[in-house]
Design a protein around this ligand. Structure first.
Ligand code: PLP
Length: 433
C-alpha cells in the first residue's frame, strides 16, 4: 500500500538518449534534453536564469572552474562562472542544437553575424587566406573583404557549384597566396545553398580537395542557415564546423535574432575562448525562446517544405512565370547529384522569376495579401522580397549579372499557412501583373 509520506529528495537523472537499443531522434529530445526539473524546484520547463554571476560551493571549486575558462585545463569549464562565458539556458540550448548536426559542441551567439565574425577571428592571423564559396550572405562577404583585409587577411573565392578540379585550382591558388603573404590558409568557408541563386556547394568534393591540397588540419566551415537543421547536416559530408543564423528556421517565428556554430571540440575551443573574451554570447531570454522554438522545428520545417512543394507545383508553368529557382525542381544534373547526396528536403525558400522586369515584379509584390513584404526567411509566415532592389541593392551590376540576380527575381520564403490559401494569394497577385 502506498501512503503520502514524502519520498527522500530526488537526484537529477542521467540524460535520456535511448530506449533499449533505440537511439532517440532529435525531434523527441528537443522536449527535455539537458534539463532536469529536480534542479529547478520541479519546474517542468527550464526557468530563465537572469544572473550575471554564479556562486561557487567553495574556493577550490572556483579555481577548478577557472582552470577550464582560461584554457589551463582543456575542455572548457565544468561549472558555471559568469554570464559572459555561459549560463544554464545557453548550455541547454547548445546541447540541443548539437543533436541535430551530430556536433560534439555548439556555441550560441547574439546574432548569426556575431557567430560568423567570431569564428573568422578565432582562426585568422595576419597574412592568412580564406577560401570561400560565392556568393555568401552579403555581411559575411563584407566582413572578409572589408574588415579582415585591414588585418592583412586576403581571400580566394570559387562559384558555389564548383567541380573537384575547380576546387583544386582555388585551393592551390590560396596556398600559394598564403605562402607569399607569410601566412596559411585559415579556413575554407562555404554557404549552401547560396542566396539568392540556390546553387549548392559539393561539400564532399570540397573535403576531398582540402584533404588532397592542404591536409585535414584546415577546417571547413559551412553556413547551413537555409536548409538546416532538418534538410541538410553537412558534418556528415565532411564539413568540420556548421554555422547558423538561428534567426531564420530555428527561431522560426520572426521574433528573435541569434546565431550558433557547432563542431568537434578541437574546433570549438578557440572560438569559445574568443567568445569568453569578447562576449557576444546569446542572452538567457532569447536562449529560452529558442528552446521553445526547437520543440516545433521539425513540425514547422516539414509543413513549410510541403507547402513550398505545393506552391511551386502551382507556379511552375504559370503563364506569367518565367521560371523557378527551387531545389525541388533542379534542371542541372550536377546540382541534382549534389542535392541527392547532401539534402533530405528542398526547403521552403526559392526564387520566382516573374515575366517582365522590375515594374512587373513590384506589381506582383504590391498585390500580395497574405505574404508579407520583408527580407529574412524561415518564419511561420510567408515572406516575399526583391533582392536586386533590397538585400542586393549595393551589389555592383556586373556581379549581379554574374550571379543571376535579375530585376524580376522575387525571393519567397514559404511559411506554415494553409497551402491552398497561399496559392489563392499568388494566383490573384499574378493576375494583377
Ligand atoms: C540571416 C543570415 C545570416 C546573418 O544572420 P543574423 O542572425 O541576421 O545575424 C547569415 N547567413 C545567412 C545565410 C543568413 O540568411
Amino acid at each position: 500500500m502506498t501512503d503520502d509520506t514524502a519520498t527522500p529528495p530526488r537526484k537529477p537523472k542521467a540524460a535520456l538518449t535511448q530506449i533499449g537499443n533505440r537511439q532517440l531522434s532529435p525531434a523527441t529530445m528537443m522536449m527535455g534534453h539537458g534539463y532536469d526539473p529536480v534542479l529547478s524546484e520541479g519546474s517542468l520547463k527550464a526557468p530563465i536564469f537572469l544572473t550575471s554571476t554564479f556562486a561557487f560551493a567553495n574556493a577550490a571549486e572556483g579555481k577548478h572552474f577557472f582552470m577550464g575558462i582560461t584554457g589551463k585545463r582543456p575542455g572548457g569549464s565544468e561549472g558555471l562562472v559568469y554570464s559572459r562565458f555561459n549560463g544554464p539556458n545557453q548550455q541547454i540550448l547548445e546541447g540541443r542544437l548539437s543533436l541535430w548536426d551530430g556536433a560534439e559542441e555548439s556555441l550560441v551567439f547574439s546574432s548569426g553575424m556575431t557567430a560568423i565574425c567570431v569564428l573568422f577571428l578565432a582562426f585568422c592571423s595576419q597574412g592568412d587566406v580564406i577560401v570561400h564559396s560565392g556568393p555568401l550572405y552579403a555581411a559575411s562577404e563584407g566582413f572578409v573583404a572589408k574588415t579582415l583585409s585591414r588585418f592583412g587577411v586576403t581571400y580566394v573565392d570559387f562559384p558555389a557549384g564548383a567541380t573537384r578540379e575547380e576546387l583544386d585550382v582555388a585551393l592551390t591558388k590560396a596556398k600559394a597566396q598564403a605562402a607569399a603573404q607569410g601566412g596559411k590558409v585559415a579556413m575554407v568557408y562555404l554557404e549552401s545553398p547560396a542566396n539568392p541563386t540556390n546553387a549548392l556547394v559539393d561539400v564532399e568534393a570540397v573535403r576531398d580537395a582540402r584533404d588532397a591540397v592542404l591536409g585535414a588540419d584546415y577546417p571547413i566551415a559551412i553556413d547551413n542557415t537555409f536548409l538546416g537543421p532538418l534538410w541538410q547536416q553537412p558534418l556528415k559530408q565532411g564539413a568540420d564546423i556548421v554555422v547558423y543564423s538561428l534567426t531564420k528556421y530555428v527561431g522560426g517565428h520572426s521574433d528573435l535574432v541569434a546565431g550558433s556554430i557547432g563542431g568537434a571540440t578541437k574546433w570549438m575551443t578557440p572560438v569559445r575562448m574568443l567568445r569568453n573574451t569578447m562576449g557576444g554570447i546569446l542572452d538567457p531570454h532569447t536562449a529560452w525562446m529558442l528552446m521553445r522554438s526547437l520543440e516545433t522545428v521539425e513540425l514547422r520545417m516539414s509543413r513549410a517544405g510541403e507547402n513550398a512543394a505545393k506552391v511551386c507545383a502551382y507556379l511552375k508553368g504559370h503563364p506569367k512565370v518565367e521560371g523557378l529557382g527551387y531545389l525541388g525542381d533542379i534542371a542541372d544534373p550536377r546540382q541534382q547529384d549534389i542535392f541527392d547526396r547532401h539534402c533530405t528536403g528542398a526547403g521552403s525558400t526559392f526564387s520566382l522569376y516573374i515575366k517582365g522586369g522590375e515594374a512587373e515584379a513590384f506589381r506582383f509584390l504590391d498585390s500580395l495579401k497574405i505574404a508579407k513584404l520583408a527580407v529574412s526567411l524561415g518564419g511561420t509566415e510567408t515572406l516575399a522580397s526583391l533582392p536586386a532592389a533590397m538585400t542586393h541593392l549595393s551589389v555592383p551590376d556586373e556581379r549581379k549579372a554574374a550571379l543571376g540576380i535579375t530585376d524580376n527575381l522575387v525571393r519567397i520564403s514559404i511559411g506554415i499557412e494553409d497551402a491552398d490559401d497561399l496559392i489563392a494569394d499568388f494566383e490573384q497577385a499574378l493576375a494583377a501583373v
